[in-house]
Design a protein around this ligand. Structure first.
Ligand SMILES: Cc1ncc(COP(=O)(O)O)c(C=O)c1O
Length: 384
């Protein structure tokens, strides 16, 4: 569904139409220079062959050190493996942990690939509602309600794509303890851990509930924190047996992540925080700007996101109205009409499990955001 909108936006652009895209899932910053330099150096030094499928030992060790110093999680480097992005990490672990017919709890709205990965593994994705009135935060009560004897695992993603919610430590702790009680496997996707605003703090559920260790993995990567989406480096840390099985699966599927990318990732782990701090400050400025603009447009509303770089904008009060004679009945119609008449590309919320919203990404310049919101405002005001 979303691909239709993306394809339409691309073809409109090819025809010379000035479409502003708010659908980016990646930071609009360049990869830091020392990271690029490390990859070039690795290539010059002949680091261009296969590595062990789970990654070079130096990178696995550096990741283990990072997990210990920043997240308070102690793993031997043999319990860490590197994959082609956090996406492959999630795919590996879901394939390994979930069997046919088993249920996997997914806080909803969700990142659109997660339920598909569960289905590919033969499992059944079960959305766990995260109430908008509670800032889209996941609660232990909602998890308890969604659990059944068929539940095998839960995938937690905080800070969250698409809502920007950062889950509360007390709730996360209660969810972790419930997972232990029910022997439910926990997959904690922490890819946006450093993109966090307004004084919020990220804590891994594994640090809050150390007893989860043998039934949980932490997934993270380099794409968002260091603006390295195209380098394809992510990692999983978890129980030895699970990591070993993920490694064997990956060795037959793709083998290792590209070798120069692994050296680039190694360099990213040792650069100081200046790059991420600068990027965060800019994202925060844009986040505040977008929220001001949303609040000023009658018919739109949004809860303050505290992490990642997305905002879910509520639009259901506009349903039933028409754009150019065409009735808007859901998020897909809204985004299609916004693209066609407003020349702004955004992702319909139905793709994330909520037809009452659409998602914008503020990983684009303030100038582009200004132009996009001027157009969104004109479009919404023009609805008959
Ligand atoms: C929630 C979430 N998890 C994982 C990923 C995968 O990131 P990558 O494969 O680039 O590391 C993304 C990318 O958009 C994401 O939004």
């Amino acid at each position: 569904m979303t691909l239709t909108i993306t394809a339409k936006a691309a073809s409109m652009r090819e025809k010379g139409e000035d479409v502003v895209s708010l659908s980016a899932g990646e930071p609009d910053f360049d990869t830091p220079q020392p990271v690029k330099d490390a990859a070039i150096k690795a290539i010059r030094e002949g680091q261009t062959k296969y590595t062990a499928s789970g990654g070079i030992a130096a990178l696995r060790r550096a990741i283990a050190e990072k997990l210990q110093s920043e997240n308070g999680l102690v793993y031997d480097h043999t319990c860490v493996m590197v994959s082609n992005g956090a996406k492959q990490c999630l795919y590996n672990v879901i394939s390994v942990v979930v069997d046919d017919g088993e249920e996997v709890l997914i806080p909803s709205p969700y990142w659109l690939s997660t339920p598909e990965m569960v289905k590919l593994a033969g499992g059944v994705p079960i959305p766990v509602p995260c109430a908008e009135a509670e800032g889209f935060a996941l609660t232990a009560e909602a998890v308890r309600k969604a659990w059944t004897p068929k539940t095998r695992a839960i995938v937690i993603n905080s800070p969250n794509n698409p809502t920007g919610a950062v889950y509360d430590d007390v709730e996360l702790k209660a969810i972790g303890e419930f997972a232990i009680e029910k022997k439910m496997f926990v997959i904690s996707d922490e890819i946006y851990e450093k993109l966090i605003y307004g004084g919020r703090k990220h804590t891994s559920i594994l640090a809050l509930v150390p007893g989860l260790r043998e039934q949980a993995v932490v997934v993270n990567g380099f794409s968002k924190t260091w603006s390295m989406t195209g380098w394809r480096v992510g990692y999983i840390a978890g129980p030895k047996e699970v990591i070993g099985t993920c490694d064997r699966l990956q060795s037959h599927a793709t083998s290792s992540t590209a070798t120069p990318s692994q050296y680039a990732a190694l360099a990213a782990l040792v650069i100081d925080d200046a790059f991420t701090s600068k990027m965060n400050a800019e994202f925060n400025r844009r986040r505040l700007y977008c929220m001001d603009r949303i609040r000023a447009i009658p018919g739109l509303s949004a809860v303050d996101p505290h992490g990642a770089f997305y905002i879910l904008i509520r639009i259901d009060s506009l349903f039933g109205r028409s754009a150019g004679g065409r009735k808007i009945t859901g998020s897909l119609d809204f985004c299609d009409a916004l693209l066609e008449t407003g020349l702004v590309a955004a992702v319909p919320g139905v793709a994330f499990g909520s037809d009452r919203h659409f998602r914008i990404s503020y990983a684009t310049s303030l100038a582009a955001l200004g132009k996009a919101f001027d157009r969104i405002e004109t479009f919404v005001k023009s609805l008959a």
